[in-house]
Write a protein that binds this ligand. Structure first.
Ligand code: AVJ
Length: 320
């Protein structure tokens, strides 16, 4: 399968790194968007994060899915189609496909057609009988999916990894509204990281090997590579802390000194200690997550967690 088999959504938003960097670094409180973490190096660093002893979410979610795959597959029913939001978790969707009764189709949605084509080829090879139909689209915006196949069962959305934690509550609600429209009459299988001991959270985003710091600093390195900014990475440090009132980990890049960073003829000014906010990673309670989903018309179903209550996987019935 090559990229020409990817369905390209009409409105697939061209993300504009240069414009977003300019906007973020000229704002009164500087920020960069976490979507830009994931160039080739950033994606490799994220894969390394997932293997770290301190970073529990990936392996905990995997074990929850593994343990409850049969029950989840029963809820999905025969000939279901899986719509995955993002194309980054082939290992996780395989757990579902292996447990499902005659999965009809797999529709990964991702903004990167190239990334999609790659993972679709891999999955198609492993499941020759499965209809794999990648869709290049921005799932934070309204999009169109191919019509259900004749005789198909339920349409089930799959949004693992607690990627929903990168959204503000308002953006999360918006996501649920859009997903509800795509999954009408079906369901959403969602992974959400849980509120917990701040010490455990702190360790997960401040790993001893410094991989998370590299992942965060790669935003500046990427801007240097792709845009020609002149960030000196040694002059910024990785800061990650739990903001308890907002139930979120915040990541920042903090300037070690007063400095100017050149970008062509432009200069960005930093005070000593001034931060660029690079990510929020919201942590949820089951009640909080259900409240958001219900506001968008979803009806709560089973919730699965691990023994340590670190992570949760939710079955949410889509609006009829
Ligand atoms: C991919 C957004 C779920 O928030 O834990 C990992 C990204 N950032 N370490 C998360 C991330 C720092 C991750 N998500």
């Amino acid at each position: 399968m090559s990229e020409r088999f990817v369905v390209i959504d009409k409105n697939v938003a061209r993300s504009d790194f240069a414009a977003d960097v300019r906007r973020g670094l000229t704002a009164p409180r500087k920020f960069l968007l976490p979507i830009y973490f994931y160039d080739a190096l950033g994606s490799a660093l994220f894969d390394a994060i997932c293997e770290l002893p301190e970073y529990y979410p990936t392996r905990t979610e995997f074990h929850i899915l593994q343990r409850h795959a049969a029950e989840i597959a029963a809820l999905m029913g025969p000939r279901a189609e899986v719509v995955e939001f993002g194309a980054g978790s082939l290992r996780k969707v395989r757990l579902l496909l292996d447990a499902m009764q005659a999965p009809a189709r797999y529709l990964p949605i991702d903004i990167s057609a190239q990334h999609l084509a790659q993972s679709a080829v891999e999955l198609q090879r492993a499941y020759p009988g499965l209809d794999v139909q990648p869709v290049a689209a921005d799932y934070t915006q309204r999009l169109l999916l191919p019509a259900p196949l004749p005789g198909a069962g339920r349409r089930v959305g799959f949004f693992p990894g607690s990627t929903i934690g990168n959204f503000t509550p308002q953006e999360a609600l918006h996501f649920f509204v859009l997903a509800g429209q795509l999954l009408r009459g079906g369901a959403l299988l969602l992974g959400a990281d849980l509120v917990k001991d701040p010490g455990v959270l702190h360790a997960a985003y401040n790993d001893a090997q410094g991989v998370t710091a590299q992942f965060n600093l790669n935003l500046l390195a990427r801007a240097n590579r792709e845009l020609g900014t002149e960030f000196d990475l040694a002059k910024f440090w990785h800061s990650a802390f739990y903001n308890a009132p907002q139930s979120r980990i915040e990541m920042h890049l903090v300037s070690r000194e007063r400095q100017q960073v050149a970008w062509g003829r432009d200069r960005f000014e930093f005070e000593e200690g001034e931060a660029i906010h690079t990510e929020n990673s919201y942590k949820f309670t089951t009640e909080g997550l259900h409240a958001l989903a219900m506001d968008a018309g979803f009806r709560p179903g089973p919730v699965w967690t691990d023994a340590g209550r670190l992570f949760s996987v939710h079955w949410l019935h889509a609006p009829a």
